[in-house]
Design a protein around this ligand. Structure first.
Ligand SMILES: C[S@@+](CC[C@H](N)C(=O)[O-])C[C@H]1O[C@@H](n2cnc3c(N)ncnc32)[C@H](O)[C@@H]1O
Length: 296
């Protein structure tokens, strides 16, 4: 296994929606380890192209290695998903035949303690996907008052005990006791109690901070607005999301856009088998839509 191994979720289902074919040009705006991208390039042999982007340089490096065998068929750039149209313009590519976004963090982010995404591994409270810019989760906690912090945890974590948690985080921060992801988890437990069931009570707070630090919903909104402009008529956009806030945004964008026609009435979810093999797939939801002519 390489250091950036990541099992692509809903792989067959994504390929079925995008239906990559020879001669096509595809976009993967969340390259990660390049798992989906590799399959898209294989399916579109011998001459399909892939434009792959990620905001995380270490993901780009890993994907570059995984896709090196495809030579010039793969073009990789560091970019956010909100920059899709700008990336295509810079490459003088007019339209794509399909575009995929597989949102959130990769297992590599979670596995590397120093990235600060995981409470299972003690690391700095960072959580930035792009470590070259923006504030860390610790910076965010440090500059937010308890009310702002509570609102953020409530909205992005769908956490009902957000006020108690926010007060506890701020207290730990002010007392100099918030240095690592382990401290962060401990501060949540101090507010709402420790782990009793399958899911750690700190999960929602970690999710909320990560979404805020990376402006994940703003990024997704921008991608959803740009997708119709990036696709040729008949082209397909496919989005895999991992929590209900994102899935709702995707569903509404596909339903409300005049230029898109949803291909999935209900989100496609992982099979029993995939769920057993890859726990990350359990919360994955795939929706796809086709670019259509706007009715006169
Ligand atoms: C779930 S992983 C993708 C895994 C990939 N599909 C594979 O098969 O290996 C998500 C990736 O998207 C990237 N990402 C998340 N949000 C992003 C954004 N707004 N702009 C660019 N990249 C983003 C993350 O850095 C991460 O590498």
């Amino acid at each position: 296994m390489s250091a950036f191994e990541h099992t692509p979720v809903l792989l067959e289902e994504v390929l079925e929606q995008l239906d990559p074919t020879a001669g096509g040009v595809y976009g993967d705006v969340t390259l990660g380890g390049g798992g989906h991208a590799k399959a898209i390039l294989e399916r579109s042999s011998p001459d399909g192209r892939l434009i792959g982007t990620d905001r995380d340089s270490s993901a780009l490096e890993a994907a570059g290695a995984a896709l090196s065998g495809f030579g010039e068929r793969a073009t990789l750039r560091k970019a956010r998903i909100s920059e899709l149209v700008a990336v295509l313009a810079s490459l003088q590519i007019d339209k794509l035949d399909g575009v995929l976004a597989d949102l959130g963090v990769s297992s590599v982010h979670l596995d590397r303690a120093e990235r600060g995404f995981s409470f299972a591994k003690d690391g700095p409270i960072d959580m930035r996907m792009d470590r070259t810019e923006g504030e860390t989760a610790l910076d965010l906690i440090g500059r937010s008052d308890p009310e702002e912090l509570a609102n953020l945890i409530y909205r992005y974590g769908e956490e009902h005990r957000s006020r108690k948690i926010a007060r506890s985080l701020r207290r730990a921060y002010e007392e100099g006791e918030l240095r690592t992801t382990g401290d962060l988890r401990h501060a949540v437990h101090r507010a709402v109690g420790g782990r009793r069931g399958r899911v750690d009570p700190a999960t929602k707070t970690f999710q909320a901070l990560r979404i805020a630090v990376n402006d994940e919903l703003g990024e997704l909104q921008a991608l959803l607005e740009q997708a119709p402009h990036a696709l040729r008529l008949g082209g397909v956009v496919a989005v895999i999301s991992f929590h209900s806030l994102e899935d709702r945004m995707v569903k509404h964008a596909f339903r409300d856009s005049e230029q898109l026609s949803p291909l999935t009435k209900r989100p496609i979810v992982a099979s029993e088998r995939e769920r057993a093999d890859n726990p990350r797939s359990r919360s994955a939801k795939l929706r796809a839509a086709r670019r259509v002519e706007v009715a006169a």
